[in-house]
Ligand binder design. Structure first.
Ligand code: LLP
Length: 425
């Protein structure tokens, strides 16, 4: 729960705003973002990585207002498409604090980033090195380049969001020598300025050993580059992936502890090799926007399946939260609009889409007197929910409302039917 959440009059308030007021003013489903929670997590990361760089990974949740918050809090922004770049540029986000990611950036995306003067581009393949080199020549610019290295670390997370083993699409493999070859190629292109190495091992990770192993391997590669080419790369980007709590009992890692340990590992390797210690970069997405987001739904139908469980259907579903259907993610929820003394029933919170896998909360105990019109609140939905939202079954995507000090305001409007029909012949 966002730390400002409390209960008043049997209903949940978020940053001093009663969820019943939010539902009646803006409708449901509704994404609610606790602005102070988001901002304070930005500050926690900046404090933990005080001498280093923190980039917010926009893929977790990005809109114009969020880009402004990230800018005001002094973080950089990781974008991985022309669209994310457009959001950042539209609010005047300083281009030198933008990093461009992606395993298949188009010429158009690369050109736009180069013209805007983004801080660095993380190259992900030999094809891309050639593309950026060609465009840099054409445009007469000399972009800063990081090389994304696949470190071979097995991240303990869902298969779809683990990214450092060799058999997946991202990066250039350390083990096969592709990463070293990429270094050679970039160094051979005078129009590119190689500034660092990058690694992202996966997402929603609790076991910090993976980050440490990846950091050590990248630092060792840095020392080898110094030896082989007599070039010191000043930046080591360790990606994102720091897990957050979704349900009771989840115990996410302490970012301060991780920061100290990563810095110590990298320093030790570099000092042993007699080279300077590079600047570290981290790219948290979920850990910044996730915990401060709550989704509010209205209950529609309640169905007891005798001897099994109660199915509680809400007015959204897999179109506003794909994560349960896609990764088997765990969520919880509570009755948010009133108190209830009724006994609990084992319940499954499901959406209104035409699939039985359309589940938001797989197992949760909810009061037996739950009925149409009640509001449910699902916490920890600030990351990868709005950003993965879609229009399956022609459901409009919900609005996003920011709350702070008892005041709410729309930062992304709810889609309308006109939005859904726009552009059709
Ligand atoms: N940096 C890079 C290069 C990334 O690919 C990602 C996430 C991040 C940073 C941020 O990772 P975070 O700190 O948010 O874990 N849709 C999935 C997560 C996909 C993550 C993709 N890359 C989910 O809902 O769990």
């Amino acid at each position: 729960w966002p730390r400002t959440t409390g209960r008043a009059d049997g209903a949940i308030t978020i940053a001093g705003v009663d969820v019943r007021d939010l539902a009646s003013e803006y409708g449901t489903p509704l994404y609610v973002v606790d602005e102070d929670d988001f901002r304070s997590r930005c500050r926690d990361y900046r404090a933990a990585f005080a001498n280093d760089d923190v980039y917010y990974a926009g893929k977790a949740f990005l809109c114009k207002e969020v880009a402004r918050w990230v800018d005001q809090e002094g973080l950089g922004l990781d974008v991985c498409s022309g669209g994310e770049l457009a959001v950042a540029l539209s609010v005047g986000f300083p281009p030198e604090r933008i990093a461009l990611h992606g395993n298949n950036k188009s010429y158009a995306e690369l050109e736009r980033a180069l013209r805007a003067g983004v801080g660095h581009i993380v190259v992900d393949s030999f094809d891309e090195i050639a593309r950026v080199g060609y465009l840099a020549d054409q445009l007469g610019v000399r972009p800063k380049i990081q090389i994304r290295v696949t470190t071979g670390v097995e991240a303990h997370t869902h298969e779809f969001i683990a990214t450092a083993h060799d058999d997946q699409k991202f990066g250039l493999s350390l083990g096969s020598g592709a990463a070293a070859e990429a270094v050679r190629r970039v160094l051979a292109m005078p129009q590119l300025e190689l500034v660092g190495l990058h690694s992202h091992i996966g997402s929603q990770i609790f076991d910090t050993a993976g980050f440490e192993v990846a950091a050590r391997r990248l630092a060792l590669l840095l020392t080898q580059i110094k030896e082989e080419h007599d070039v010191f790369l000043p930046e080591l980007d360790l990606g994102g992936g720091y897990g957050i709590a979704y349900v009771e009992g989840d115990d996410p890692p302490d970012i301060k502890v991780i920061a100290d340990s990563l810095r110590e590992i990298v320093s030790r390797v570099c000092e042993n090799a007699g080279i300077p210690v590079p600047r570290l970069t981290v790219e948290p997405g979920r850990a910044i926007s996730g915990p401060g987001g709550v989704t509010i739904y209205e209950v529609g139908t309640v169905k007891d399946v005798e001897g099994l469980r109660t199915y509680v259907s809400i007015d959204g579903g897999m179109s506003d939260n794909m994560r349960t259907a896609l990764y088997g993610a765990d969520y919880t929820c509570v009755l948010a609009s009133r108190n209830s003394d009724a006994l609990p029933a084992l319940s499954r919170v499901v959406g209104k889409h035409c699939e039985s896998g359309d589940i938001v909360v797989r197992d949760v105990w909810l009061p037996r007197d739950l009925a149409a019109g009640d509001l449910l609140a699902v916490p920890a939905t600030g990351a990868y929910c709005r950003s993965l939202a879609h229009n399956y079954n022609y459901l409009p995507r919900p609005a996003v409302v920011a709350v702070r000090d008892g005041v709410s305001r729309v930062i992304v409007q709810r889609e309308t039917e006109d939005d859904l029909l726009r552009g059709q012949a």
